[in-house]
Design a binder for this molecule. Structure first.
Ligand code: MN
Length: 250
């Protein structure tokens, strides 16, 4: 049996082929799996479980059918969809895990997270993250009418894009560093949890990294995004396979 890990689908009405690829994955390959873990940024944007969205409805239905067929579905919120709440999770039949979370995978403890917590060089983003994850901030935001939430989200996205392009223009090498994980934070995280394997997304830099921290040989697996194709990590008792999922031809 195989356990599946995906992240950073960024599902959005502007890329219907990717939504179709994901639904096909849920209806077919995932049905044979032991469990499906979605490590954040399933959706490009999320401003409340009450937002009407036919794509979100289709995703919820597919995931609920999957969990009802006996394959548990777990979700860690990403930076784009951190407002996914208990209502939507219930509709989708998925269980929300904290970020980070430790699971046991084929007898080994493994740390799962979206990955943005590892990007500590982006000080402005970490400040925004701390503010926006405050329960009082979230409650106040979700209490606003839908139109006000849409306007706020557009403003936040414009500010984020301006922040990113400012960093890019300043120094592209620095931009690459700031938007990737901070190596010291990776080492500190391995030590903090006393584990030697972690899986995350967020940076859109799919890879399996092996590193030495003190006496431990550690493995950090980074899931890929679903922009031009899909990306899935397949894990079984024999190991890890990080692979692309191609869009159907034509
Ligand atoms: Mn992300």
């Amino acid at each position: 049996m195989t356990t599946l890990f995906i992240s950073d689908l960024h599902l959005d009405p502007s890329r219907p082929a990717i939504t179709a690829l994901f639904l096909d994955f849920v209806h077919n390959e995932a049905r044979q799996a032991e469990a499906l873990y979605i490590l954040g940024d399933l959706f490009e944007a999320w401003i409340g479980d009450d937002t009407p969205s036919s794509a979100a409805d289709a995703v919820a239905q597919a995931l609920r059918e999957l969990s009802q067929s006996g394959v548990p579905v777990y979700f860690i919120r990403g930076n784009r969809d951190f407002l996914v709440g208990n209502d939507y999770a219930a509709r989708a039949g998925m269980r929300i895990l904290p970020d980070p979370a430790v699971i046991e995978l084929y007898g080994k403890p493994v740390l799962l997270q979206h990955g943005d917590l590892l990007c500590t060089d982006d000080v402005a983003y970490q400040a925004f993250r701390a503010q926006s994850r405050n329960p009082a901030f979230i409650a106040q935001f979700l209490a606003q009418p839908l139109e006000a939430r849409v306007a706020f989200a557009q403003k936040a996205r414009a500010a984020s894009q301006a922040h990113q392009s400012e960093m890019k223009q300043g120094d592209n090498a620095k931009f690459e560093t700031v938007t990737d994980v901070a190596p010291a934070e990776v080492v500190a995280t391995f030590k903090r949890y006393g584990i030697d394997t972690m899986i995350h997304g967020h940076t859109h830099r799919p890879a399996i990294h092996n590193l030495q921290t003190g006496e431990h040989r550690c493995t950090r697996i980074v899931l890929g995004d679903w922009y031009e194709q899909g990306s899935v990590l397949r894990v079984d008792a024999d190991g890890f396979r990080l692979e692309a999922l191609q869009l159907p031809q034509g």
